[in-house]
Design a protein around this ligand. Structure first.
Ligand SMILES: *Cc1c(COP(=O)(O)O)cnc(C)c1O
Length: 399
């Protein structure tokens, strides 16, 4: 990889680029414990819905303060199975946000339900509870709040609206493992919640994995049947189900990584704190700190009127950036023009013109975090640089 030189021209940066996510780094740190756990699965002779899945389900529910957890194949399935189990039926409308991973909407549509978009609150970047009522219809059955970037949505207000109109809630917690509102973990506020353990999430597997969490044994039993062909007992299908099981190897690894989750989330918040301090005089807007909530800092996303220049400015210093996401769901070709509410998302659309993700994960070294901070500190939302004047090469040829 080529050496990256700072814009002052004399300070060479280390050759490596600071990545937005580094899922291999955590694994290298707990490699021995992970290989031991995996070996024990290999030797057990039991590879599907065995001891490890059972133990992980218990441990994950306990960690969250939820009654039950059911391991499934991925976060999209978790959302779909949760919606089905709580009673969302084909044709029912489900209120959610367009500012999310497309998987949220894939999960909703995969059970035949119809997504309806509500705008975000710019301070949380999550579903704005005050706008839900304006989008109600007799078909609306459920709300899927997304705790985007690890920031808890305003569940107190969302619960109040849901209660007033007898709506179900399935939380999308795919980016918010360990986030809290007033000491209570997200994933415990609705009828059910969906988690993803995709490798880059705060708790990540080395492949696909997910879980449904709930406090109701009837819902839990439904999910347990749905994830395995609708079986109530072996070989006897009670209902039409699917195959979406968490496997023993991923569960064994997740159990090892779960022990580090709180410490790693703390590290994420410490890094975010340093970034927020660095942002103070730059004019950039980072994630808000909402009193009483614990942010899981899955992603550190700033908003900037000059995000392309900012991205370039960081890239020059060897700092990777990303867009989460390049387009809101309603702007993507598969969804454009067909989702109710998509014409009333001014805050979502404004945010998508300005967002930029900066590396914030627990495997960054102090030195890397300092490098990002220094670079951020010297940024200001100054006017865009004028286009380069035309230059003439030494051969006198216009370029
Ligand atoms: C990652 C993610 C999902 C889906 O998870 P998969 O395991 O990839 O299916 C759902 N919602 C959000 C907000 C996500 O970030």
């Amino acid at each position: 990889m080529q050496n990256i030189v700072s814009d002052t021209g004399h300070q060479p940066w280390p050759p490596s680029v600071i990545p937005v996510a580094d899922p291999g780094a955590e694994l290298r740190q707990c490699y021995d414990a992970v290989t031991q756990a995996i070996e024990s699965v290999l030797c057990s002779g039991r590879y599907i819905l065995g001891y490890e899945v059972d133990a992980f389900e218990r441990e994950w529910a306990e960690y969250l303060g939820a009654r039950t957890c059911i391991g499934v194949a991925n976060g999209t399935d978790a959302l779909a199975l949760a919606l089905k189990a709580v009673g969302v039926r084909p044709g029912d409308e489900v209120i959610t946000v367009s500012h999310t991973a497309v998987a949220t909407v894939v999960g909703i549509e995969s059970v035949g339900a119809v997504p309806v978009f509500v705008d975000i609150d710019p301070s949380t970047r999550c579903l704005n509870p005050a706008l839900i009522e304006s989008m109600l219809s007799p078909k609306v059955r459920a709300i899927v709040p997304v705790h985007i970037y690890g920031q808890p949505a305003d569940m107190v207000e969302i619960l109040a609206v849901a209660k007033r109109h007898s709506l179900l809630i399935v939380e999308d917690c795919a980016q918010a493992h360990g986030a809290e509102i007033a000491g209570r973990k997200v994933g415990t506020f609705g009828q059910a919640a969906a988690f993803s353990f995709y490798p880059t999430k705060n708790l990540g597997a080395v492949g696909d994995a997910g879980a449904v969490v709930c406090n109701d044994e009837v819902i839990a039993e439904q999910v347990r049947e749905l994830r395995q062909y609708g079986w109530r007992e072996r070989y006897i299908s009670d209902m039409v189900g699917t195959n979406s099981r968490l496997d023993e190897l991923q569960a064994a690894l997740l159990r090892v990584k779960l022990r580090q989750l709180d410490q790693r989330n703390r590290k994420r918040r410490e890094i975010a704190e340093r970034y927020l301090n660095a942002l103070v005089s730059t004019g950039l807007v980072g994630p808000s700190t909402i009193p009483g909530t614990l942010h899981a800092m899955h992603l550190f996303v700033v908003s900037s009127d000059k995000r392309r220049e900012l991205s370039e400015y960081l890239t020059q210093a060897g700092i990777a950036t990303a867009w989460h996401y390049p387009q809101a769901v309603h702007q993507q070709p598969a969804y454009a023009g067909r989702i109710r509410g998509a014409d009333k998302l001014p805050f979502t659309e404004r945010f998508y013109e300005r967002l930029l993700t900066i590396p914030c994960h627990p495997d960054l070294t102090d030195e890397q975090v300092s490098r990002v901070c220094e670079r951020l500190t010297t940024w200001s939302e100054r006017p865009a640089p004028k286009p380069e004047p035309q230059r003439y090469s030494t051969h006198g040829v216009t370029r």
